[in-house]
Design a binder for this molecule. Structure first.
Ligand SMILES: *Cc1c(COP(=O)(O)O)cnc(C)c1O
Length: 437
């Protein structure tokens, strides 16, 4: 007789094509059907629990089935579930936009609602291009960093640089150029990378609309981290050469890096900031593009001048999603989340010191509530990430390594005991690899 997990898995595989997955893997690799969640735990149909150490793909901030977020969404559900945002508005969208303007860098004054991360990137790229066009300049090229990730729709994929996601679709992509990301977290690496950026801007700035980057941490690119000095320099140079700076804070926003937004580490303001993932506490799809009055005003004119920004999605600014975001921001307002997280990050870093003694550990790096352990000495075909993933699941922890980078990005509500368990299981997993080789 099949247990409930297997039964659910079988019914799933009959009809669902999963994201980011070679479906044949599931002939041998079990799919984990999740029945419920509470706090940092996910529960399957057989009652097994898993610590969600990756915040369900980096979206969850305050745990699953969080009471205060649940309450707000339920209240909104009985009031207004959805209304179009063209020609209409609603209270959660208005309140949320005001809050976002208040907490992001001062110059960001306008909020454009979208409904997922990639679409926010698309909207920012279009807005930047269109801004220059409205001012009489044609700049059809975008600049981004090597090893970057900005989503997987065509435009967002174009400005990304993770070969696994991009290579196949190359002929479909829009014009994009890349400059090297600083190779590590040192200031020297940042300065070195800035020299190349300046050279490219000097030569090509009349074609480049915007430079898009993930500030401080390149997530899907293996939790690669770099020094804030790069952001400071990039802001100065993009201003000097009349190129927009787009800070893609979809992953880094809402406290992940130790400050509310990664840009604050460098005390810079971008021309555009994209936010999603943690925005709704991991509850519902929602994203925004934040921008300056300067950008907004370049589109503001009589209808007959045809300069309006044309972009929309059916679920733009959905009220339920906005209410989840408001509830999430309220948790930040009523608690010292960043202060508590700082203590937790220090604790995590200390706990990871013993990893450095393992022969297969190349580096341990951290930026706020993102900590990564990079392994070395393995071939891609060994799929060590998958082996760690399977081991950790068998021990009740959901880790999802990116290649040979194991990382911890738990919900902020994780307790010290749960941190201990998460790290111990990762350690055992790595130790097992070391022994097998
Ligand atoms: C996840 C992510 C995206 C894409 O967001 P989706 O909602 O998955 O489309 C874009 N940029 C960054 C930095 C991300 O981490």
């Amino acid at each position: 007789m099949l247990n409930k997990n297997s039964e659910m898995m079988q019914r799933d595989l009959e009809v669902i094509w999963h994201p980011c997955t070679q479906m044949k893997d599931h002939e041998t690799l079990p799919l984990i059907p999740i029945k419920s969640g509470k706090g940092v735990y996910l529960y399957d149909f057989e009652g097994n629990s898993y610590i969600d150490a990756v915040s369900s793909w980096w979206v969850n901030l305050f745990g699953h089935a969080n009471e205060s977020i649940n309450t707000k969404i339920k209240a909104q559900l009985d009031t207004l579930e959805h209304v179009l945002l063209a020609g209409f508005t609603h209270e959660p969208a208005v309140e949320l936009a005001h809050k976002l303007v208040n907490i992001t860098p001062d110059e960001l004054k306008k909020v454009f609602y979208v409904d997922n991360g990639s679409s926010a990137v698309e909207a920012a790229l279009k807005m930047s291009y269109h801004f220059h066009l409205n001012l009489g300049e044609r700049k059809p090229l975008f600049l981004s960093l090597t090893n970057s990730y900005h989503g997987e729709t065509i435009g967002a994929l174009s400005v990304g640089d993770v070969a696994l996601y991009k290579e196949t679709y190359e002929p479909l992509l829009i014009a994009n150029m890349q400059v090297p990301v600083p190779k590590d977290q040192s200031k020297e690496a940042a300065n070195k990378a800035l020299i190349v950026l300046e050279k490219v801007l000097k030569e090509r700035s009349d074609e480049i609309a915007a430079f898009i980057l993930e500030p401080l941490i390149q997530g899907a690119g293996g939790m690669h981290m770099y020094h804030p000095a790069y952001l400071v320099g990039a802001r100065v140079l993009t201003k000097r050469y009349n190129v927009h700076l787009i800070a893609d804070e979809i992953m880094t926003g809402f406290g992940r890096t130790g400050k509310m937004f990664a840009c604050e580490h460098a005390d810079i303001f971008p021309d555009f900031m994209t936010l999603s993932k943690g925005l709704t506490g991991g509850y519902l799809p929602l994203s925004v593009v934040m921008t300056t009055d300067e950008v907004y005003n370049a589109f503001y004119c009589d209808y007959s001048e045809y300069k309006a920004f044309l972009h929309s999605h059916s679920y733009t600014g959905n009220p339920l999603a906005c209410s989840a975001a408001l509830a999430t921001l309220e948790i930040f307002e009523q608690n010292d989340i960043l202060g508590d997280n700082e203590k937790k990050s220090v604790y995590i870093k200390e706990k990871l010191e013993k990893f450095l003694d393992l022969s297969n550990v190349k580096e341990v790096r951290q930026q706020g509530m993102v900590t990564a352990v990079e392994l070395e000495g393995y071939d891609v075909s060994e799929r060590i990430g998958l082996r760690i993933y399977e081991y950790a699941l068998s021990k009740g922890v959901l880790l999802r390594p990116l290649g040979h980078v194991i990382y911890f990005m738990p919900p902020y509500t994780i307790t010290y005991e749960e941190i201990d368990k998460m790290i111990e299981v990762a350690y055992e997993g790595i130790l097992k690899l070391e022994i097998r080789n």
